[in-house]
Design a protein around this ligand. Structure first.
Ligand code: ADP
Length: 478
């Protein structure tokens, strides 16, 4: 077998690796690459929040310097509040006078104030470089009161660049998380792969054993519903195969036994003719008769085997012709006269109306023969066989072959139509191969005719099948 890299374990590993790599890429992208961009966005939106917070406090007259100091400190912001005339009312400078709103001159501040007054909302913000530190900062102006009649101005100023130390901390944190994720991921994927492949490995081992001919193996797929179903299916297959295997062995035993008997006879009588009866025309005639009879048996046996294999492989075509099944039954029964005269068998044939069907005449004949031969073989002491044909509705006739033998045990009933199945060797009037009923089954199935059997121990069995056709005008007189 080719060693394949596409094992479950590798697949799970690969997908897990892809999964973890994606998470890491995302992580690095979010925190590593776009940290600064996000920082800017975050800062811009938070400055609005803080401005509106101050505004609310201011309007409600709840504003205290303490509160503002804390707000500015917590948010890393410089704050400047001016009255309507540009006088400083409050200020907070976390950068010790290096903050933009404190560092730039009054004229410039005036420019920003004017810009805010020019907007409808009374808010204006812009990105300004802090000339001293050469960093990007956000400058925000908000008009207190109405734009047409301002009562003051709030200036907010904050850096747009995260502190290097913050970035360092984040990066080292990400690195740690990445390594942990990697280790965790590898560990989990390893166990996951082991977990998933365990029942499959077990099943494979059993399958190998089965392949070597040990049909007693039990497939164990516990762990997952799917593998359990698989194991159940394989267990079922194993029992079926072992059944077929033993049937096949039985068949070979049966066939060789059945072939040997006539062959021994042929040989024995041929030798007898050579050594003893060759000169006695009467004896010779008799012995040659036996040889011919035995050869016929052999031919019949071989034909059975061939027929079944043809029927089962589906290569046997059915040649439908119209014929009267009623007449056919009578005709066949005529050939059993010898058996009834010489061996004392009683055949009772009843048919209500003449029924015409369109079917393969040779095959239907074979069905009748096989069923009647079985009835003869198994009917026992009473030596009585009933054959009845009943028209059950306009286009259906039911044919039943009933014997008064020992019957078939209920648990064997479903088996007897199986190939090769044969109850313990019994003495037969007519030779059998264990294939008769499977041939019957195949033919009737091919014709789409229903069939079945009912049997009662020590009372007898009835094999039946239903043919499709029509009643002809003729009356059946028998
Ligand atoms: P064979 O009769 O050659 O063994 P069949 O396929 O015709 O093979 O029948 C299979 C088995 O079914 C027989 O071996 C026998 O055990 C059982 N069987 C068939 N017909 C009858 C019957 N009429 N009465 C009792 N048992 C029967």
């Amino acid at each position: 077998m080719k060693k394949n890299l596409k094992t479950i374990r590798n697949t799970v590993w690969i997908y897990f690796a892809i999964f973890i790599t994606s998470i890491l890429i995302l992580l690095w992208f979010t925190f590593g690459v776009s940290l600064e961009a996000n920082y800017k966005k975050l800062k811009t939106s938070s400055i609005f929040d803080i401005a509106s917070y101050i505004l609310v406090d201011w309007s409600a007259d709840e504003f205290t310097e303490d509160k503002l100091d804390r707000l500015a400190y917590e948010n890393n912001m410089c704050v400047l509040i001016q009255d309507a005339y540009g006088n400083r009312v409050y200020s907070y400078d976390m950068m010790a006078d290096k903050c933009l709103v404190h560092g730039i001159n009054a004229i410039e501040l005036y420019k920003y104030r004017a810009a805010a007054l020019n907007t409808q909302s009374g808010m204006y913000y812009t990105q300004v470089k802090n000339p001293r530190f050469n960093t990007d900062t956000l400058l925000f102006v908000m008009v207190l009161g109405d734009v047409s009649d301002p009562s003051g101005y709030i200036f907010l100023n904050t850096s747009l660049e995260p502190l290097d130390s913050t970035i360092d901390i984040v990066h080292s944190q990400i690195l740690r998380i990445s390594i942990m994720l990697l280790v965790l991921g590898l560990g989990i994927s390893y166990f996951l792969a082991r977990l998933i492949e365990a029942p499959i490995v077990r099943i494979t081992k059993s399958a190998k054993k089965m392949g070597e001919g040990d049909y007693s193996v039990k497939f164990d797929g516990h762990g997952y519903t799917e593998t359990e179903v698989l194991a159940d299916t394989l267990n079922y297959a194993a029992t079926e195969i072992s059944k077929i295997d033993s049937l096949r062995r039985d068949l070979i035993a049966n066939i060789s036994h059945d072939l040997r008997t006539p062959l021994t006879m042929v040989k024995a009588y041929a030798e007898m003719i050579r050594d003893l009866s060759g000169d006695n025309p009467q004896k010779r005639q008799e012995h040659i008769g036996i040889i011919i009879e035995e050869s016929d048996r052999l031919a019949a046996l071989v034909n059975d085997i061939l027929d079944l294999s043809k029927l089962e492989s589906g290569t046997a075509e059915i040649n439908r012709t119209k014929f009267s099944i009623t007449k056919k039954i009578h005709e066949i029964m005529g050939r059993y006269t010898l058996l009834s005269e010489q061996k004392g068998y009683n055949f009772y044939v009843t048919a209500d109306k003449d029924f015409e069907i369109e079917a393969d005449i040779i095959k239907i004949e074979q069905v009748l023969y096989n069923l009647i031969n079985n009835a003869v073989n198994y009917t026992g002491e009473s030596k009585t066989v009933y054959i009845t044909q009943t028209v059950t509705d306009e286009n259906t006739a039911r044919i039943e072959i009933t014997d008064t033998g020992a019957g078939i045990e209920p648990e064997l009933l479903p088996l007897i139509f199986d190939r090769y199945y044969r109850a313990e060797k019994s003495k037969r009037e007519v030779i059998g191969t264990g294939l008769g009923l499977s041939i019957v089954k195949q033919i009737l199935k091919q014709h789409n005719f229903k069939f079945g059997v009912r049997s009662e121990l020590n009372v007898g069995s009835t094999f039946w099948f239903e043919v499709k056709g029509r009643v002809t005008g003729e009356d059946d007189n028998d």
